[in-house]
Design a protein around this ligand. Structure first.
Ligand code: 6PG
Length: 240
């Protein structure tokens, strides 16, 4: 199923959206089982977005030693954890009541003082995780080519000496907290999920663009830690 796109990225097109979510959920569980077997723990950065939500709803039904799972986030909006647009709330509601200790659920605290909280989150990542940071970084793809909260033409794109930053989105007049490119690149695997015909143009543009393009998602993936794109047939329509 998994094919090579280039020296930095692989891709998989399992089928329609239902088949793709099921395949992505199996991939998530296999990644977790491998990490737990090899390193005694699975550290994952969860993403916001419709596609990750469907994956959370699928994995919650699966058998796994959930006591060895550590949840972090790839990004978060500048809202309290109970806000309707909170990525934390969406993930926790979609995952349901899994036997994961609250000490292993490391929320991005963005509701106040987001710039200092980004430093705090970076210290937590350094404290809890090793050199390779996350075993899996889950990422969505926006129609402007953003991923996590790395939006085109924002300050976070140029950050090289931080793992987590607060990023101001001028067009949305709002702040986000996001993993930086260095944090994603140091992690063992980043997966970009794209489902639906609405994504077919941006998928094609991002995958065919040069790494230094204006699409932040073009930068995801390195020869050392290849990224995996998981797309359904509709989203992959325009890639040969
Ligand atoms: C967020 C996500 C964002 C999302 C993309 C795709 O906070 O919203 O981090 O990067 O993944 O916008 O979202 P959809 O999968 O809903 O299209």
């Amino acid at each position: 199923m998994q094919k090579t796109w280039d020296n930095r990225r692989d891709y998989a097109v399992p089928g329609d959206s239902k088949e793709t979510v099921a395949w992505a959920a199996d991939h998530w569980i296999h990644s977790a089982e491998r990490a737990i077997q090899q390193r005694g723990r699975f550290a994952v950065a969860l993403s916001g977005g419709k596609t990750p939500k469907a994956i959370y709803e699928a994995i919650r039904k699966k058998k796994l030693d959930w006591s060895k799972v550590w949840l972090f986030w790839s990004d978060e909006r500048n809202v309290p954890p109970d806000h309707e647009s909170s990525n934390y709330r969406m993930a926790m509601e979609s995952l349901g009541c899994l036997p994961i200790s609250s000490a292993q659920i490391i929320r991005m605290q963005t509701e106040k003082d987001i710039e200092n909280q980004a430093f705090d989150y970076e210290e937590k990542i350094k404290h809890y995780l090793g050199k390779h940071l996350f075993d899996l970084v889950m990422l969505g793809l926006g129609e402007d080519g953003h991923t996590a909260s790395l939006f085109p033409h924002t300050a976070a794109l140029a950050v090289t000496d931080r793992l987590v930053v607060a990023n101001y989105l001028a067009d949305k007049k709002s702040w986000r907290m996001t993993l930086t490119f260095p944090a994603i690149e140091q992690s063992r695997q980043a997966v970009i999920y794209a489902l639906g015909a609405a994504k077919q143009t941006i998928v094609s543009q991002v995958l065919k663009a040069p790494i230094e393009s204006n699409y932040p998602a073009s930068r995801i993936g390195t020869p050392e830690h290849k990224a995996l794109w998981i797309m359904d047939l509709d989203a992959a329509q325009k890639i040969s």
